[in-house]
Design a protein around this ligand. Structure first.
Ligand code: GLU
Ligand code: MG
Length: 363
């Protein structure tokens, strides 16, 4: 369904994000690995989509796993999944997420290029089905200050032929040396790839904004760079191993949001993980605690750093990153930085409702 962007002479275009992912996958393949991904895509259904900056209205008032009949999400999910399956995109699971109007649909495991293509189709299908039901779908990372944002947690695994390279019987969490170094790579490079995994001004409102249900900084999105076993506050979570299912050993990256370019984001996650494998990075100790609940001093003592505070900081880190420059290629790297810097500068120069509300009464 998807095709590559080609130059007039038929060679692949270095400006094509799909080609960025293909090159990253080819590097993995040179090392003997294939890369599989499984995204959990969260998004909102809204009654309206005001374009003047005023607040939208969620399409329902339901919450986590709600199955109430007046819940528009149920009809929506049924119709949306039927359409996806008829297009050959398999759905693993779906439910109402925590915020009013918020949905989650999880796609079946596939090689990363197919998954990225499927995510692009998925977004179009969701918007189309929403319109047919008289609502609007948005993949904006954080449309409401007081509710959680929309993440695109992605489960990753590497295979060597038929063998899951993350699995090793008898080791801690059944996680192999390759799996441990891969996670170490994801953590070490998390801040410099953040502008790609979380590419919008609004992405950092999800990471730092919190919600009414959680006191912590990021609500249910990771704000700090750490990993943990079944720890939902960690950036990388190692899910419980299911006995007898060696093929399903995987890790879950929770930083990605639903507004990301999946080709570029998956290319960067793969490159960061492989860097860890190639260089034999050591995995730091896992975080057992809810890292949002710790004090800054406690986190510092554990060596846990925060993700960038905003898009501007993320771009400064990206600009200095050899890993991002090599993986995206000069063309995409330059264009991406130019494009995103202009978004950041436009945002930075805007006087917001927050400032007016805080300053006018007192200044
Ligand atoms: N909505 C949360 C996020 O932004 C995730 C909720 C969940 O754990 O599924 O990442
Ligand atoms: Mg979820």
């Amino acid at each position: 369904m998807f095709c590559d962007i080609l130059m007039p002479d038929g060679s692949p275009s270095f400006a094509d994000p799909r080609y960025v992912l293909k090159r990253a996958l080819a590097r993995a393949s040179d090392l003997g690995f294939t890369f599989y991904t499984h995204p959990e895509i969260e998004f909102f259904l809204l009654k309206d989509r005001p374009l003047d900056g005023s607040r939208p209205t969620p399409a329902d008032n339901s919450g986590y796993f709600d199955h109430t009949p007046q819940n528009i999400g149920m009809d929506f999910r049924r119709q949306a999944i039927t359409m996806l399956e008829s297009m050959g995109i398999s759905v693993e699971f779906s439910h109402h997420e925590g915020a009013p109007g918020q949905q989650e649909i999880d796609l079946r495991y596939a090689d990363a290029l197919s998954t990225a293509d499927n995510i692009m189709t998925f977004r179009l299908v969701m918007k189309q089905v929403a319109l047919e039901q008289g609502v609007q779908a948005t993949f904006m990372p954080k449309p409401f200050s007081e509710h959680p944002g929309s993440g695109m947690h992605t489960h990753l695994s590497l295979f060597e032929g038929d063998r899951n390279a993350f699995y090793e019987s008898g080791s801690e969490y059944q996680l192999s040396k390759v799996g441990r170094s891969f996670i170490a790579g994801l953590l070490k490079h998390a801040a410099e790839i953040s502008a790609v995994t979380n590419q919008w001004v609004n992405s950092y409102k999800r990471i730092w904004g919190g919600s009414e249900r959680t006191a912590g900084a990021g609500g249910e999105a990771p704000s700090y760079i750490c990993w943990g076993h079944n720890n939902r506050s960690a950036l990388v979570r190692v899910p419980m191993y299911k006995p007898g299912k060696t093929g399903s050993a995987r890790i879950e990256v929770r930083s990605l949001d639903s507004g990301a370019n999946p080709y570029l984001a998956y290319a960067m996650l793969l490159a960061a993980g492989l860097k860890g494998v190639e260089e034999g990075y050591e995995l730091p100790p896992g975080a057992e605690d809810d890292v949002w609940a710790l004090s800054d001093a406690e986190r510092r003592a554990m060596g846990i750093e925060p993700l960038p505070q905003n898009l501007g900081e993320a771009l400064t880190l990206m600009e200095r990153s050899d890993l991002v420059a090599e993986t995206l290629g000069e063309h995409v790297f330059d264009f991406f930085l130019r494009n995103k810097k202009s978004e950041w500068e436009e945002y930075r120069s805007e006087v917001t409702a927050f400032e007016l509300r805080k300053n006018l009464p007192v200044l």
